[in-house]
Design a protein around this ligand. Structure first.
Ligand code: ATP
Ligand code: MG
Length: 364
């Protein structure tokens, strides 16, 4: 069932390690996204899978066969780039059929596939146009059709939407997903856009400076980040150093941090007695008139931004001069500078990595 496996892939450029022991797999029909900041090694990984770069060590296995010594043209992979990379001297139809021609299919064999592909990307009326006569979105759809028409085992997308405007991105994003689902293609999609990654992926591989920071479903990555890098890179997060003690009740803990004391329910235990914790801005509930102190923290409101469906707010805690970010469904009826109260539900706090001894000592 598994289509592609990367096993301990390492690639060094001079002193910089662009890929460090990278292992993950992509099943047939699975949409896997490589997400991470610029320079973290996303394109390097795609190039190694496509065969344009050789790993220093590790194995790339496609349908049970090791690809390491297989040249790019013999790997059944297709690549779709940010700069559509269409052949300027070929019209839309010829661009789309390029891979079929290379594989030796006759014009007669190419025709039905071409018609189907043109229909899928809604370019039937543009088949005779040259790339220069198309808009950016149309060019990207030609590139998409060209990548998919050969029915590759794996499609590799390198930031294919980053040249498109926001509206077009959304519609091409749906087209990519629909084509991928229809043909049950194993896909690896590179982006540094977290929204795109969350919306499209079955699995996200978060990369940081050449190594894997976390692998998981979009829900895992967003709701159960494993470390500060993931928590901070995907969505907004409030991160604090904390002291954690288990309670008498299974899966419940006492957490003490700069915001106060909290009772936390977590199916996974903390990584250490002293570790980082995080919570999402939307998890804090504004309490107009608190009736108990339970899981409550108080802040002095610093600024508020009304965004229609929600309000973003920042506040500080006087004793520790910290600032937290909140996302409130209801705008607090309070002025800047006034004291407001928020409740953090028991399941809102997540445990991240341990605080290193050095950091711990510095904080004392
Ligand atoms: N051929 C090369 N020679 C030397 N260094 C390289 C080479 N290719 C990439 N690098 C370096 O490896 C690192 C990873 O590059 P890569 O292109 O994979 O990043 P990326 O995650 O795709 O970034 P971006 O989001 O900006 O496209 C970068 O520091 C880059 O400078
Ligand atoms: Mg790149």
């Amino acid at each position: 069932m598994t289509t592609l496996i990367l096993e301990n892939i390492t690639k060094q450029f001079g002193h910089y390690c662009a890929a460090q022991e990278i292992s993950f797999s992509v099943d047939k029909g699975e949409f896997v996204t490589l997400l991470g900041p610029s320079g973290c090694g996303k394109s390097t990984l795609l190039k190694m899978i496509a065969g344009f770069l050789q790993p220093d060590s590790g194995k790339i296995v496609l349908n049970g066969k090791c690809l390491n010594n297989v040249p790019p043209e013999k790997r059944n992979t297709a690549m779709c780039f940010q700069s559509y990379a269409l052949f300027p001297h070929l019209n839309v139809a010829h661009n789309i059929c390029f891979g079929l021609k290379q594989r030796g299919l006759s014009s007669k064999e190419q025709q039905p596939r071409l018609l189907e592909a043109l229909k899928q990307v809604d370019l039937e009326h543009h088949r005779l146009k040259m790339p220069a006569q198309l808009s950016g979105g149309q060019q990207q759809r030609v590139a998409l059709a060209r990548a998919m028409i050969t029915r590759p085992d794996v499609v590799l997308f390198d930031e294919p939407l980053s040249n498109l405007d926001a509206k077009l991105r959304e519609s091409v994003r749906f087209e990519i997903k629909e084509l991928q689902r229809q043909y049950q293609l194993a896909s690896i999609y590179v982006t540094h856009d977290q929204t795109e990654a969350l919306a499209m992926s079955d699995k996200i591989v978060v990369l940081n400076s050449g190594h894997i920071a976390q692998i998981g479903s979009p829900e895992d990555i967003y709701y159960r980040p494993k470390n500060r890098f993931v928590a901070d890179f995907i969505g907004a997060a409030n991160i604090h150093k904390a002291h954690i003690t288990p309670s008498d009740q299974l899966s419940y803990y006492f957490v003490s941090c700069e915001l106060g004391e909290f009772y936390v329910k977590s199916p996974t235990p903390p990584t250490a007695e002293y570790c980082y914790i995080c919570w999402r801005p939307e998890d804090a509930q504004y309490i107009a008139e608190p009736t108990s102190n339970y899981n409550l923290f108080a802040l002095t409101l610093q600024k508020m931004a009304f965004l229609g469906n929600l309000t973003e707010a920042w506040g500080s805690n006087d004793s520790n001069s910290i600032s937290v970010r909140l996302q409130l469904i209801k705008r607090p009826q309070a002025d800047i500078g006034s004291r407001v109260y928020f409740h953090l539900p028991e399941e809102a706090i997540h445990f991240l990595e341990p605080i290193s001894e050095v950091e711990h000592e510095l904080a004392q």
